[in-house]
Every structure is written in C-alpha cells, then in structure tokens.
Design a protein around this ligand. Structure first.
Ligand SMILES: [Zn+2]
Length: 233
C-alpha cells in the first residue's frame, strides 16, 4: 500500500491497527547504457516494495528518487547524483518525523549497488535497516556473467521480465570492462569517461525474460527471508 495515496488519518489508523513499520524505496536517477531507461533501479525498487508490502502489510513511503552515482557517469546525459552525506541526512530527517508518529522500523530498499550509495545508508540506527535487492546468487542463472554488473545480462533480464516495453534490445551496445580496470571508477577515484565505456558493463545481449523471471523469484525469496521479521507488526 502506497502511503502517498492515503490521508493522514488513514496512516495513523494503519500504524496503530495494522503495521507500524515502513518500507522506503531508495532509487537513483542513473544511465543504464543505450538500451535501458534512467529509471531502471527506481522501477525495480518500487516493484519489490509493492510485493513486500503485500506480504507484510507494511506501508510503502514515497520513493527517494535520487541516490549516489559514479562520478564518471556525469558524462552520460540525465544521470545525476547527490552526495552520500545528503542521502544519509535526508533519511535521518524524514524518519525522525515518522518515528514521532509511531512508526517503529524503517526498511531502506534499494537496487542500486554504488558502494558510496550503500555506505551512506548503513548503520544509521537500530530501527533503520538497509536491504540491497541486487545481492543474490546469479551464477546458476546467467550464462555469460558470474555476477551482476551494470545494465548487464542480469539487470537487462530483470527489465525484460518486468517492463519489456521500455527495453530497447535493438540498441544494446556492449563493451565489457574487467572489474580491476573499472575499480577506480567504481570507488569514485576517477571521474573521466573510461576508455570504450558505453554505460553498460557485462553482456546485456545475453539477457532473456526467462532469466529475469528466475532472478526476480530469487530476489523475492531472499527479500522475504531477510526483511519479513523486521517488518512484522
Ligand atoms: Zn541499475
């Protein structure tokens, strides 16, 4: 259930009678190569938040639409970033009000793996839990990659399963950069455009809807395992 569609009085009643925990999707506005939209991580975080809400009856807060992105992505139009401390401060500010109204636990749900994005949301307080949806085992589902990269075989498969109408497979441009060569970009130590970088890493041309359905099923299972107790009323 989306809190944005409810009145304050309905929210108050939900807190006292149904579930006093809150799911906060934390998205990002980030390029995803030539074939996926900037909202990719947003759509997936919101989809998963909806499933978790159905299972637990915890409300879903309005999505935080901006997150922390790689400095090298400044060269790819539309992408933007906030500072890690801004993200952290925003979470502290909004949960401070909600806590005073009776919300007890806050689950930050993200599908965006930038290390500084994740770090900014870790260990804020005991009643705030960060959950990274992308952290599952991929090796038995993917053919060409061993793990998730970016706008890759895994992410593109998920997109093909959840919103095929927005995926432009005919526009895929593939140029993989090995992890060690990309490391300085991933850890924000370099902000130039990496040689040959097209915005995706890995092998999106190997993506299929079927792999996406298996990845999503596994993501749901792990999310329920890891988050259900935290969101119990
Ligand atoms: Zn992504």
């Amino acid at each position: 259930m989306l809190m944005a569609y409810m009145t304050w009085h309905e929210v108050k009643k939900h807190i006292s009678e149904v579930n006093d925990n809150l799911i906060i999707p934390v998205a990002t506005c980030e390029q995803h190569g030539y074939h996926l939209p900037l909202g990719n991580d947003t759509f997936i975080a919101e989809y998963m938040a909806g499933i978790l809400s159905q299972r637990t009856k915890a409300l879903v807060a309005p999505t935080m639409n901006y997150g922390v992105n790689l400095p090298c992505d400044v060269h790819l139009a539309g992408t933007t970033s906030i500072k890690p401390e801004t993200l952290r401060e925003m979470i502290i500010s909004i949960t401070d009000w909600w806590r005073q109204q009776g919300f007890r636990h806050f689950l930050l749900l993200t599908y965006h793996g930038d290390p500084f994005h994740l770090q900014a949301m870790k260990d804020i307080s005991d009643d705030i839990k960060l959950y990274d949806l992308s952290e599952i085992e991929y090796s038995d589902i993917l053919e060409r990659q061993a793990s998730i990269r970016h706008a890759c075989e895994a992410e593109t498969s998920v997109a093909l399963y959840l919103y095929p109408e927005k995926v432009k497979m005919e526009s895929v441009r593939e140029h993989d950069i090995p992890f060690d060569d990309f490391r300085k970009y991933l850890f924000h130590e370099a902000g130039d455009l990496p040689e040959g970088y097209v915005g995706s890493l890995g092998y999106p041309s190997f993506a299929t809807k079927d792999k996406g359905s298996r990845i999503i099923a596994r993501m749901i299972d792990r999310m329920i395992d890891e988050c259900y107790d935290f969101l119990k009323p």
